[in-house]
Design a protein around this ligand. Structure first.
Ligand SMILES: *[C@@H]1O[C@H](CO)[C@@H](O)[C@H](O)[C@H]1NC(C)=O
Ligand SMILES: *[C@@H]1O[C@H](CO)[C@@H](O)[C@H](O)[C@H]1NC(C)=O
Ligand SMILES: *[C@@H]1O[C@H](CO)[C@@H](O)[C@H](O)[C@H]1NC(C)=O
Ligand SMILES: *[C@@H]1O[C@H](CO)[C@@H](O)[C@H](O)[C@H]1NC(C)=O
Ligand SMILES: *[C@@H]1O[C@H](CO)[C@@H](O)[C@H](O)[C@H]1NC(C)=O
Length: 449
């Protein structure tokens, strides 16, 4: 039972993609998604998003469009070699419960994470339904490992005028060399009808940064790419492996390890070209966030009859998080059994080692504002109201019949949702962690004061 519980907790903890960064503390992950509004220039160029993946880094590929809502449909990640010589096959994910031991895994939002990128990870990654649904959305990526940068990365930067100069000096000169060079490798490529060109491929604009009086700077990285054109009239005449190679690779990163392996002369001409960072003035400055959000993410209210038992798990808590509870302004220490009644030897309020709060045999003394915090972030505020038995037994009963009905509803509801159950049922601990969507539903319940 407890084993299952751990598995679930781990699944929940992996929701947060920040986890990925925290596992490998010295390597930041780079996230890729497909742009919904991308300009589709040709079928061929739109087949996948080309990713230049530096060896040993972490790559995250999303199975959805950038900034799109989470997809609920089940989808699977497939792999195919870069030349599509073998059929697609389902990706084998790491099976360890602790994601930090898996090199390849998916997060709960279906993103594929690959850590410690190696040359053998090169290929096409496709995310779609089992029966090929949503293939037209093409959440496809081609991962092309590139040389690891040692030392300082050399880049040029400036406005579009500066980029023109950069293009002349770095890119156009190499393109010209490809067109005229008598070097055997380059001449051979030309002979089979392949023309090579070096270009800047622009990444999406960054947000507006360094804003002063609503004016800032946005950046776009011009990635160095080797593009090819094939004259089919010539290419059709030969059965060249060069043509086959470039047919499957309309564009390649200048630093691609594959280029070095296949065409060393081409690689040495483009491998060390600097990238260009284009900067432009922008006006859409993001609004400055408030210094600290004091609000709680979840707000609840419980109306209990005197003598009731209540158990509350702080939402979004996992085995790794530090949960703390407060009653009004008093911190409730973990493992300390306490009572807010005078001369009371019984424990009434307990926070156990897992950070779960128990209210036992409540009276009006236990009424109050209970708040929980995860790693010092405000998570949930729970208002607990206790109706004394005397009030329930008298005339008040009639007036508060609404309450009773509510308590009934609440108790059966809580039991179903797994969020709350009575202290006596504590051994059912393994269902105590709620999923976020059940909490949201609960928030919509009409509360009475
Ligand atoms: C996963 O493994 C890492 C590294 O050994 C460890 O620090 C972390 O606590 C583990 N997490 C869980 C949930 O067991
Ligand atoms: C780019 O910047 C230079 C100065 O660094 C300036 O002279 C030029 O006019 C700018 N070009 C554009 C298009 O803004
Ligand atoms: C392709 O090559 C043929 C033969 O050399 C030439 O006549 C033709 O103009 C070329 N086509 C293009 C688009 O360059
Ligand atoms: C080259 O060959 C393919 C099929 O082998 C054909 O479809 C295509 O039209 C040919 N292209 C040229 C320019 O001859
Ligand atoms: C409950 O306590 C929290 C933290 O002490 C506080 O921010 C909040 O305003 C309180 N709410 C009520 C209704 O007293």
């Amino acid at each position: 039972m407890i084993q299952i519980n751990f598995v679930w907790l781990l699944v929940i903890s992996s929701v947060n993609t920040d986890d990925i960064v925290s596992i490998d503390q010295f390597v930041a992950s780079i996230k890729y998604c497909r742009n919904k509004d991308r300009l589709v220039t040709s079928e061929e160029n739109d087949e996948y998003l080309l990713i230049s993946a530096e060896i040993d880094t972490i790559i995250v590929m999303e199975c959805r469009f950038c900034n799109d809502k989470e997809e609920r449909q089940s989808k699977i990640w497939y792999y195919q070699d870069r030349f599509k010589e073998t059929p697609e096959k389902e990706i084998e994910l790491g099976m360890d419960n602790n994601v930090s031991f898996n090199r390849i895994y998916t997060t709960s939002d279906l993103s594929l994470v690959i850590k410690e990128i190696a040359v053998t990870d090169a290929g096409i990654y496709l995310c779609h339904g089992e029966e090929g649904q949503e293939i037209e959305n093409k959440f496809n990526y081609r991962l092309e490992p590139i040389f690891k940068e040692h030392g300082v990365l050399y880049t040029e930067q400036g406005n579009i005028t500066d980029w023109e100069k950069y293009r002349e000096i770095y890119l156009a000169s190499v393109t010209t060399r490809f067109a005229v060079s008598q070097m055997f490798e380059l001449a051979e490529i030309r002979e089979v009808g392949v023309t090579l060109q070096v270009i800047s491929e622009w990444a999406p604009w960054s947000p507006c940064e360094h804003c002063v009086r609503n004016r800032g700077i946005k950046r776009s990285v011009g990635n160095c790419r080797l593009k090819r054109q094939i004259n089919m009239t010539i290419a059709n005449k030969s059965d060249s492996s060069i043509v086959k190679f470039f047919q499957k690779s309309p564009s390649l990163p200048c630093k691609a390890i594959l280029l070095e392996e296949q065409f060393p002369a081409v690689s040495s001409a483009v491998r060390r070209l600097p990238e260009f960072i284009l900067k432009e003035v922008c006006k859409k400055c993001p609004r400055v966030k408030k210094i600290k959000d004091r609000k709680f993410k979840y707000i609840k209210r419980f109306v209990l009859a005197e003598g009731a038992y209540l158990t509350i798990v702080c939402p979004e808590s996992t085995m790794d998080t530090k949960v703390s509870w407060k009653k009004d302004s008093i911190t409730l220490e973990r493992g300390v059994r306490q009572s807010f009644r005078k001369l009371d030897s019984e424990a009434r309020v307990i926070v156990d080692a897992f950070g779960t709060l128990y209210l036992i045999d409540v009276s009006t003394h236990e009424e109050g504002n209970y708040t929980c915090y995860i790693n010092n972030v405000n998570m949930m505020q729970v208002k607990v109201i206790v109706i004394p038995k005397t009030r329930l037994l008298t005339q008040e009963l009639l007036r508060h019949l609404g309450y009773l009905g509510f308590i009934f509803l609440l108790c059966s509801f809580c039991y179903c949702s797994g969020l709350v159950y009575t202290y006596k049922q504590r051994d059912k601990f393994d269902i105590a962690v709620p999923k976020k969507d059940t909490i949201d539903k609960e928030e919509q319940m009409p509360f009475i004061d």
